[in-house]
Design a protein around this ligand. Structure first.
Ligand code: PEP
Length: 253
């Protein structure tokens, strides 16, 4: 279907401790093989980072990452994880600003940008999430909300670091609801992000994933749009057989 690079990112949220993550990985490695141009990213809970990294050690196409980090390298921040710590556990990528972090835990646009800059400075790759709520979409405010979320990134991320940034457009109303954005709506927001980034001097073509109720039944129609460079998936990534099937459908062969 496509010869462009595609990323399939799995956000496990608060699922799969070390034993379950290892069992998943063993099954997934058995069911899949590396495919040129296809990157597979996994975001397990932090307690499973080391086990999952170890279980995937034979697979250079797979990267394991943290779901969240603090921007400070160490200090009195009870309950937080530093970037050097997640790196030591095997993280090569970091999910930043997921809507659950923003809306359930009060993470601000400014904090998301600080985390992103710190992840980049440490040499890792951030997957930075943006997206509007249902009320914002219905109020015609999708564009200003996305621009507001992006704005601090343009201030804080150094020009030479942008080639390592991946953005995920995840409309909040589509996450975990079974109601995905249409390919046209997703493509429109991806283009808005790319256009804005170019206008703000971001070099090159920004890689942008779509997330929100992606499953085996809709992934092909979403990835048929060249504006999408992959998908970020929660629920449909939790079962090894189902996830192996989904990543085999996308056509990055
Ligand atoms: C997510 O957690 O980022 C997500 C997109 O979840 P789901 O695929 O379950 O909507």
């Amino acid at each position: 279907m496509t010869d462009r690079p595609l990323i399939y990112a799995a956000n496990w949220k608060m699922n799969h401790g070390p034993a379950a993550a290892t069992a998943f990985a063993e099954r997934f490695v058995y069911l899949t093989a590396p495919v040129p141009q296809r990157g597979l990213w996994f975001f397990p809970p932090s307690v499973s980072l080391a086990a999952l990294t170890e279980a995937f050690r034979s697979r250079p196409d797979i990267r394991v990452g943290a779901q969240n980090v603090h921007w400070e390298p160490k200090g009195a921040f009870t309950g937080e994880l530093s970037i050097p710590m997640v790196q030591e556990s095997g993280a090569a990528v970091v999910l930043v600003g997921h809507s659950e972090r923003r809306h359930l835990f009060g993470e601000t646009d400014e904090q998301v940008a600080r985390k992103t800059a710190a992840v980049l400075k440490a040499g890792l790759e951030p997957l930075v999430c943006v997206g509007e709520t249902l009320a914002e979409r219905e109020g015609g405010r999708t564009e200003p909300v996305i621009l507001r979320q992006l704005e601090p990134l343009f201030d804080k991320v150094q020009a030479e670091h942008w080639r390592r940034v991946v953005i995920a457009y995840e409309p909040v109303w589509a996450i975990g609801t079974g109601r995905n954005a249409s390919p046209d709506d997703a493509a429109q927001v991806h283009e808005l992000i790319r256009f804005t980034a170019a206008r703000r001097g971001v070099p090159g073509r920004l890689s942008i994933l779509y997330g929100g109720s992606v499953n085996a039944g809709n992934v092909l129609s979403l990835l048929a749009r060249p504006e999408l460079d992959g998908v970020l998936v929660g629920g449909a990534s939790l079962d090894a057989d189902g996830w192996a099937e989904l990543v085999g459908l996308g056509g990055a062969a």
